[in-house]
Design a protein around this ligand. Structure first.
Ligand SMILES: Nc1ncnc2c1ncn2[C@@H]1O[C@H](COP(=O)(O)OP(=O)(O)OP(=O)(O)O)[C@@H](O)[C@H]1O
Length: 792
């Protein structure tokens, strides 16, 4: 295919400059054409090999064949997806001075890549010795020379790590913007502006003001974009950090923690696909953030092995749909709940058989309408059986004793049932008087075993055991806790009476809160699941992964379906990434910890944005979940989201919320100051008018953030304004961003919970361009409308 030279989108006002830009675009276009020609060749090869292999069966060593086929076949898949989905398959280029690669760092990237001696002449001139193109996947030409280097390969690291302060061999770093097969533009950053560098005898041209600024200024949609073409050096260090142990990342709002976490998942898969076939779990705070970030991994060519799940969706068959008030959340999230649950799981046994058992099973997702009510047939208080022709009976006191002894075991409650059964038989045997009948131990044992058989085959015994030691499900126990008196008993000296009342009331509601999900998971561990005959299931292709087989399921099952299926089947993962980690309660840390007992971890968060009121307790739980694995700590310091004007305002709240902590520095300024608006009469009219004004000003999205208890009415305020604008409760705004935001009543948000100031800090840091703060009386605005909380 002939190279197509594309016209620059920029007009010709700038004359000579534009012709240089056009020439540079056409240079990149030629390269992209070569890449596509090569990909087409590979897809043909792949089809040929596939057909050939199908006709002739396996030839050669299966591993080697499969590996080779997989490579070409993967190229085919990528080509299809490139044509359909990717806007910028090839996105970067670096022009390098002559040099020798230095030492490899622990992450496999070259760390000390300095120019060779003599690469820069004394007069400040130098020649470009090597040019590398960077893209979403690697492509080699027919001679195995790289046409495109995968962004995750060590050789691509200088594209991200080189800075004017520490340029290494990189002279010019170029971001290429393309759509499908068409190059649309280029943006250059000069890493060594002091040099006069030549490429093929011509001076190296530099186009544009840098790609980062161009990316940051773009309008936002309701889905996050990948940042693969503009990852910054400090972020790249985190993405490529070795997987072993725990990678711990802190950074203020907008420093790219979520973006980095997602790119890290893609990087880890690239590094060691086989190891991570055990699955990567990304835990996100809200379903909104899951929906916002879901597209990033597919855009990086990865999805199958990564499950992104909200913290309220980690337990299959239960989904968080409700919010708890701060005081209920505080009780349910705290470590104290562990003791309450242990007591409840044991206490629930005494309540007898829940009715109907199946309807409340944890794995019956659609049938939990009764979760708030505990309808039980009372636990039997007498056991009557006939054995060896005699009637035997155990009364309430004896049954109680047996139950207490059985519960003295350390196994999960449901797994103690065999022990309880054995103790019942012992008690009945003692009553039978048959114990001393034989002195010969063998005969005595025989007699006992026929006694046991006699008793256990009786319907009355079987029925009794089912009612007296029913197999409990987590949902049943949680439902049993909705009774205030009962909960009061189980939580004596653990929760105060006010907490008992509120927690019990919250459990009466139809549905579960995000905090209930962690309780259900804990109960599952406390109760245990008795072994059942395993269901036959199809062979998991990942169990026998070789290059080719890995790709086969793509045809029968979409990547997404496969990811969902695997996510459901999996209970433990090879790597766990926790986003917004500062928000996890102790009980949630326990839940997440159970999913990564043998995993390596990446934990990203910002203590200043924590909505959990007791950070010390949460830190203790986190340390317990992460165990003694060594930690590698990183700090992200640059705010890519908020313009300086907005970051400065938010920093005032940070100073109140966490005195002494440092806000990240904003990377850009827009000259647009935040706007302050007071409510003259109707809050609804003020907010709606402001949202309309902002919708006119920005191309992308507008978020209206209100206190949690106003979110329903706020949705009504905005009715009919279209889907570019959304209303959010303050806790729902976590991790999201909008072109413009309206923050309604800082005082209301701050007063809503003990962590209210930190929640307000989150709300104020969501905007990429414009922020309006609307104040009511409670905010005590000054003459300029600035609320008390945001004044100097
Ligand atoms: N290197 C980068 N190039 C371009 N955009 C970037 C870069 N790093 C971050 N961003 C953008 O900055 C914004 C903030 O990123 P992200 O949401 O990952 O930050 P965060 O640290 O998780 O923020 P928060 O703590 O507020 O949730 C996003 O729009 C992201 O795409």
């Amino acid at each position: 295919m002939a190279a197509q030279v594309q016209q620059s989108a920029v007009g010709s006002v700038h004359g000579a400059h534009d012709s240089v830009r056009d020439r540079e675009i056409s240079v990149e276009q030629e390269h992209l054409d070569r890449v596509y020609r090569r990909l087409e060749e590979k897809i043909h090869e792949a089809e040929f090999l596939m057909n050939d292999a199908a006709q002739r069966g396996q030839v050669g060593t299966p591993g080697a064949l499969a590996e080779r086929d997989a490579q070409v076949f993967r190229a085919g898949i990528h080509l299809n997806r490139l044509n359909n989905e990717f806007e910028d398959f090839l996105f970067g280029r670096i022009d390098l001075l002559l040099g020798k690669d230095g030492k490899k760092g622990p992450d496999g990237a070259y760390t000390a890549v300095e120019p060779a001696e003599g690469a820069v002449r004394e007069d400040g001139t130098a020649d470009i010795a090597e040019t590398l193109h960077i893209g979403r996947i690697g492509v080699l030409d027919a001679d195995y020379a790289p046409l495109v280097i995968d962004w995750r390969a060590p050789a691509a690291a200088p594209f991200y790590r080189s800075t004017p302060v520490d340029p290494g061999r990189v002279v010019r770093r170029r971001v290429i913007r393309s759509k499908g097969r068409r190059v649309l533009g280029v943006e250059d950053d000069l890493m060594r502006p002091e040099l006069t560098a030549r490429l093929d005898g011509r001076e190296l041209p530099v186009i544009g003001d840098g790609a980062l600024m161009a990316a940051l200024g773009q309008a936002r949609s309701h889905t996050m974009r990948d940042i693969v073409s503009s990852i910054q050096a400090e972020q790249d260090l985190v993405i490529r950090a070795p997987a072993a142990s725990v990678t711990y990342v802190e950074g203020g709002p907008g420093t790219g923690k979520t973006a980095v976490a997602l790119h890290r998942a893609a990087y880890l898969l690239y590094q060691d696909r086989r190891r991570y076939s055990g699955g990567i779990l990304i835990v996100s705070p809200t379903p909104l953030l899951v929906a916002y970030t879901e597209g990033v991994l597919p855009s990086l060519g990865e999805e199958g092995q990564v499950a992104i799940r909200a913290i309220g969706s980690l337990v299959d068959g239960a989904e968080a749909t409700l919010y708890d008030s701060p005081s209920v959340a505080r009780a349910k999230g705290s470590y104290r709940m562990l003791k309450v649950l242990r007591k409840a799981a044991r206490g629930a046994l005494e309540l007898g058989t829940p009715e109907p058992v199946e309807q409340l099973a944890l794995d019956a997702p659609d049938e939990d309408e009764d979760a708030g009510q505990w309808t039980a047939a009372a636990s039997p208080t007498r056991l009557r059986v006939v054995a060896f022709g005699r009637r035997l009976e155990l009364e309430a006191a004896e049954l109680d004793r047996v139950r207490r002894t059985a519960l003295g075991g350390t196994a999960p409650v449901n797994l103690l049932r065999p022990r309880a059964r054995k103790l019942l038989l012992d008690a009945l045997w003692a009553r039978s008087g048959a114990a001393g009948r034989h002195s010969d131990p063998e005969l005595a044992a025989e007699l006992r075993s026929s006694f046991d058989e006699d008793v256990t085959s009786e319907d009355s015994f079987i029925g009794f055991l089912d009612a007296w030691w029913p197999e409990l499900t987590p949902k049943q126990v949680l439902a049993a806790m909705a009774d205030e008196k009962r909960l009061g008993r189980w939580a004596r000296r653990i929760l105060n009476p006010g907490e008992v009342r509120k927690v019990a009331r919250s459990l009466k509601r139809d549905g579960h809160s995000v905090h209930d999900i962690a309780l259900l998971d804990e109960l599952q561990a406390i109760l245990g699941v008795p072994a059942r005959p395993k269901k036959k299931r199809d062979l998991d292709p990942l169990d026998h992964l070789t290059g080719l087989e890995e790709l086969m399921p793509v045809r029968e099952e979409s990547q997404r379906e496969r990811a969902e299926r695997l996510a459901q089947e999996r209970t433990e993962y090879a790597h766990v990434i926790v986003d917004e980690a500062q928000d996890l309660t102790p009980m949630q840390w326990r839940m997440v910890g159970r999913r990564g007992r043998h995993a390596t971890w990446t934990v990203v968060g910002d203590p200043a944005q924590s909505s959990w009121s007791d950070p010390d307790e949460a830190a203790e739980a986190r340390d317990e979940a992460l165990g003694t694995r060594p930690r590698r700590r990183f700090q992200l310091t640059v705010n890519y989201r908020n313009p300086a004007e907005i970051a400065e305002l938010a920093a005032k709240v940070l100073a109140l919320a966490m005195p002494g902590s440092k806000a990240p520095s904003a990377v850009r300024s827009t000259g647009v100051e935040p706007r302050f608006s007071v409510v003259p009469d109707s809050l609804e009219r003020t907010v709606r008018a402001e949202a309309e004004r902002l919708l006119d000003l920005v191309d992308g999205t507008v978020g209206v953030v209100v206190a949690m208890n106003r979110r329903q009415e706020a949705r009504r305020w905005l009715a009919g304004l279209g889907d570019r604008v959304v209303a959010l409760g303050s806790l729902e705004a976590k991790g999201l961003e909008y072109d413009a935001t309206v923050v309604v009543s800082p005082a209301e948000i701050a007063d809503e919970s003990p962590a209210g100031l930190r929640v307000l800090y989150v709300a104020l840091t969501r905007a990429t361009q414009q922020l309006t703060v609307v104040s009511g009386d409670r905010d005590e605005p000054d003459a300029a409308g600035v609320p008390d909380l945001l004044r100097d």
